[in-house]
Design a protein around this ligand. Sequence first.
Ligand code: GLP
Length: 242
Amino acid sequence: MRIYRAKNYQELSRKAANIISAQVIIKPNCVLGLATGSSPIGTYKQLIEWYNKGDLDFSEVKSVNLDEYRGLGIESDQSYVYFMHHNFFDHINIKPENINLPNGKNPDAAAECARYEKVIESLGGIDLQLLGIGRNGHIGFNEPGSAFERLTHCVDLTESTIEANKRFFASADDVPRQAYTMGIQSIMHARRIVLIASGEDKAQAVHDAFFGPVTPEVPASVLQLHQEVYLVADEAALSLVK
Ligand code: GLP
């Protein structure tokens, strides 16, 4: 594991974008695993800036996103498909047919999860997976207790995640109770992983994930077993790491 200690969110975003852009330059038709949440917004902004300058070309890049709320689609501004278009895809030259997310509107969970795993497989796997981390150590929507061997599946969100994510909705009651998410195994198959964490409220999760025991109770702790992980965090998120 490599740890990049950034002074602040801006520096963190620049570093994460730098690793992603290197991936795109080395392999222009790479498969990027992408994430939502507030953490990667700065990274996407930086990538868009470099794209606008002419330094990056996404025309051959393929993307697969980690997760999506069950029941939400692009018409909902809380959906992850909307988030990705608004914060990234609509500002770069990625081809629409190369964009993949779980389809939250498919009510058949088993069929949707199987379809999504096939998509990842047909792309030849993920070259670089970007991750955020939940305050309870979740990655994607793999909540504490998720079995490490799971592939894409439908999850019941925990109260703590509903609580943390309600800021994007009118109220906690509006947060969907379920989501489709890549499983831990789907994530671990990625050839490279970049996890970004910012702010003091992530300090405990970062400490437990990277410096505690490897346990399903802290889903991100499985990343200690991955051979190429970059932790890009600011000083606040690393404040509990000696
Ligand atoms: C959600 C997403 C995760 C994300 C987490 C943290 O639950 N499913 O992929 O990592 O939130 O989000 P934030 O970056 O906003 O703290």
